[in-house]
Design a binder for this molecule. Structure first.
Ligand code: PMP
Length: 399
């Protein structure tokens, strides 16, 4: 008899357990396309030069390790609002925006989920089908129910815009709808700015509340274009939650840096919303960690460092786009029977390849190539060193 007899074994995280299996694989030529981190052509997740510079400055100038306010640093809030909404719109929205510095994008999502569960009239959050594997767990843990809306067409491996519009037009007033700001995870299929305009109109006419999960700003087209969803929706006067992450675009994965911006669309409601968000933070982690936020603040408050960071983001984005092209060209040159050119249009690190679960398992078991069973690959995991073997292995499976 143990005090823990009542505890059952939770299922392993499907993606993280693939990483474990990859680590344990003795094949020296193994390839990991399952993890969600950027790697360079040497297979390394680098520390950005601007981050190193900011850390050097922080180390020299830091005077205290005392607590940050519950909502984090006010300067961080202002700078990240500017990055998210653009300085002009951010200024217009300032008195109706509540911003929190959070532990990563996940922290922002979880605080938003708690706030929604405790304070809004709805108990339902809508997720795209498919979506990031952690969305259901985060909203579910806060006591919310999740439903899904149609997003992707598995036959053409692209956005099913008509079905998406139809689905979001049927969502009841007051419910919350999670939208991927850019670089949709897992499909890589994004909306155009005109399509976001239509989404904003539907949200306004139906009365549901948009939540933009914004984890890949700068990895799609560029820092400003990628912000179209957040900016178009906020500009339209709607209330919106934006969950921002700096894990990818600043490579700050382990520092846990993000922000939650809640634009209330109603200055009179802002103080009440801020007070309840603070309760959620206070009872979860009390106040945010300072180091990663300090890095972001140091970079975004210095024009030269910001310009350098934009170049570093452009280089990461360029590598991903280049790899997409090389991969498609190499598959074509190898005479692979299926047309993979849709991969070029997809944005960000992830793509749905259309490979079946059986094919994903065959890749893993016979070729030591790790992709998620859904057929999702992290394109950034393809390097000059592994491209040839990857293409040959796919050819042997697909024909
Ligand atoms: N949203 C999406 C869609 C993501 O892909 C991720 C990271 N994989 C996050 C949020 C959370 O990012 P973070 O590591 O900053 O918590």
């Amino acid at each position: 008899m143990s005090y823990f007899d009542s505890v059952s074994l939770a299922p392993a995280d499907p993606i993280l357990s693939l990483t474990e299996a990859f680590k344990a694989d003795a094949n020296p030529d193994k390839i990991n396309l399952s993890v969600g981190v950027f790697v360079d052509d040497n297979g390394v997740t680098p520390v950005l030069d601007t981050v190193k510079e900011a850390e050097t400055r922080l180390l020299t100038n830091s005077k205290t390790k005392s607590y940050l306010p519950i909502t984090g640093s006010p300067e961080y809030a202002r700078l990240t609002q500017n990055l998210c909404f653009g300085s002009e719109l951010a200024k217009q929205l300032r008195d109706q925006t509540v911003s929190l510095q959070t532990p990563g994008g996940t922290g922002a999502l979880r605080v938003a989920a708690d706030f929604i569960a405790k304070n809004l009239d709805t108990k339902t959050v809508w997720l795209s089908n498919p979506t990031w594997a952690n969305h259901g767990g985060i909203f579910g843990s806060a006591g919310l129910q999740t439903e899904s809306y149609t997003y992707f067409d598995n036959a053409s491996l692209s956005l099913d815009y008509a079905a998406f519009i139809d689905a979001i037009s049927k969502i009841p007033a007051g419910d919350v709808v999670v939208l991927h700001g850019c670089c949709h995870n897992p499909t890589g299929a994004d909306l155009e700015p005109e399509q976001w305009e239509e989404v904003a109109k539907i949200a306004a006419s139906k009365g549901w509340i948009p939540l933009v999960d914004f984890a890949y700003q700068g990895f799609g087209i560029d820092i400003d274009t990628d912000a179209a969803a957040a900016r178009i929706i906020a500009k339209s006067g709607l209330p919106v939650f934006v969950c921002q992450s700096f894990s990818k675009n600043l490579g700050l994965y382990q520092d846990r840096v993000g922000a939650l911006h809640v634009v209330t669309g109603d200055s009179a409601a802002t103080e009440k919303v801020a007070s309840q968000l603070k309760v959620s933070v206070r009872t979860n982690y009390s106040n945010p960690p300072a180091h990663g936020g300090g890095i972001v603040t140091t970079i975004l408050s210095d024009e030269t460092l910001t310009a350098k960071w934009h170049q570093e983001v452009a280089a990461m984005r360029g590598r991903i786009a280049g790899v997409r092209q090389q991969f498609v060209d190499a598959l074509k040159a190898a005479g692979v029977s299926r047309d993979f050119s849709f991969l070029i249009k997809q944005k960000g690190m992830f793509s749905f390849t259309g490979l079946t679960k059986e094919q994903a398992m065959e890749l893993r078991e016979k070729h030591a190539i790790y992709i998620v069973n859904s057929g999702r690959i992290n394109v950034a995991g393809i390097t000059s060193a592994n491209l040839e073997r990857l293409v040959a292995s796919l050819k042997s499976i697909i024909g």
